[in-house]
Design a protein around this ligand. Structure first.
Ligand SMILES: Nc1ncnc2c1ncn2[C@@H]1O[C@H](COP(=O)(O)OP(=O)(O)OP(=O)(O)O)[C@@H](O)[C@H]1O
Ligand SMILES: [Mg+2]
Length: 284
């Protein structure tokens, strides 16, 4: 991965897209309802072929960041008011969601959002709405079924009667029907048993390796996300408070204490944990 890092391990903000950056978010601000400032200058890089995790607790701004990229803020009365977003170096922040899908950027929404009354196969086919070639669509459907054999078994079942894991797979499979290069995946682990989460993440990794699909993965399940991601950004209150290679984050003492539940921190936020430790070091 072609990351530009400084001596502290933080990603350097280069302003322009680095050569290997597929997707670049540059210092974006997002405001809801004209007044609520939710993202306060978020920058991140998704290199070509990477899985990048966007971590943080409830309300940190993960979903808002993904929606800013896929231009799905309008329905929420939100808007990007500062900064820019580029795909392969070209500005994409003024494109419609449909144009973004054409360019290969698709979002899998938090909470799965399958059409309950449609079958799994009908759900998958709704993901190919931007495409015309029937042969290609059929080939893509076959490919989705090779990655998600469970969906093939359940192809004729109404989504409402499938399990949570199958619905999550269906939501990802539907995104793949647009033949994307970037998938923005919002909390795939939500409400799923650990074993199913692992199954879903294994498929994501497989798609990443074999189909070169790059993933920006918003997750509260820090441990699981860092096992599969190459790089991670930790968000808190609309800001990135830390970033680094996934392995480095997973072994960082503060991350372990606050996000991986090792160490019994009672403090409310990651930033608070860090400043508490700093104070403790100064006083020692
Ligand atoms: N439509 C909206 N209008 C106003 N405020 C919103 C809206 N959507 C989100 N917010 C606020 O923006 C902040 C970030 O929310 P966001 O959903 O992006 O967080 P998140 O990191 O995805 O959290 P979670 O892990 O709970 O999904 C929160 O304070 C939230 O209350
Ligand atoms: Mg969210």
């Amino acid at each position: 991965m072609d990351q530009h890092t400084d001596s502290t391990g933080r990603t350097e903000s280069t302003g322009a897209a680095a050569p290997a950056a597929l997707l670049q978010v540059n210092s974006i601000e997002v405001i809801y309802n004209h007044i609520i400032l939710v993202l306060k200058g978020v920058s991140l890089t998704l290199p070509q072929g990477a899985i990048v995790a966007l971590l943080g607790g409830n309300g940190a701004g993960k979903t808002t960041t993904l929606r800013a990229i896929s231009n799905l803020l309008q329905g929420e009365r939100g808007a990007v008011t500062k900064g820019s977003i580029t795909l392969r170096g070209e500005r994409i922040d003024n494109l419609s969601p449909a144009d973004l899908v054409h360019r290969g950027v698709v979002q899998v929404m938090e909470g799965r959002h399958c059409f309950a009354h449609l079958t799994i196969e009908e759900n998958l086919l709704t993901g190919s709405y931007t495409r015309r070639d029937k042969g290609e669509i059929a080939a893509n459907l076959d490919k989705v079924y090779t990655y998600f054999p469970r969906l093939k078994t359940r192809r004729a079942s109404q989504a409402a009667y499938t399990s949570g894991g199958e619905q999550q797979m269906c939501a990802i499979g539907r995104a793949l029907m647009a033949n994307p290069s970037v998938v923005l995946l919002d909390e795939p682990s939500m409400g799923l048993a650990p074993q199913i989460v692992e199954e879903v993440f294994e498929i994501v990794k497989d798609l990443n390796v074999k189909e070169s699909v790059s993933f920006l993965l918003a997750e509260q399940n820090t441990g699981m996300a860092l096992r599969y991601a190459d790089y991670g950004y930790i968000m808190e209150s609309g800001r990135v408070v830390m970033d680094g290679a996934a392995q480095a984050l997973a072994s960082n003492e503060d991350v372990k204490e606050f996000y991986l539940g090792m160490g019994g921190s009672q403090r409310k936020s990651f930033r608070e944990t860090k400043s508490y430790k700093r104070r403790k070091r100064w006083l020692a």
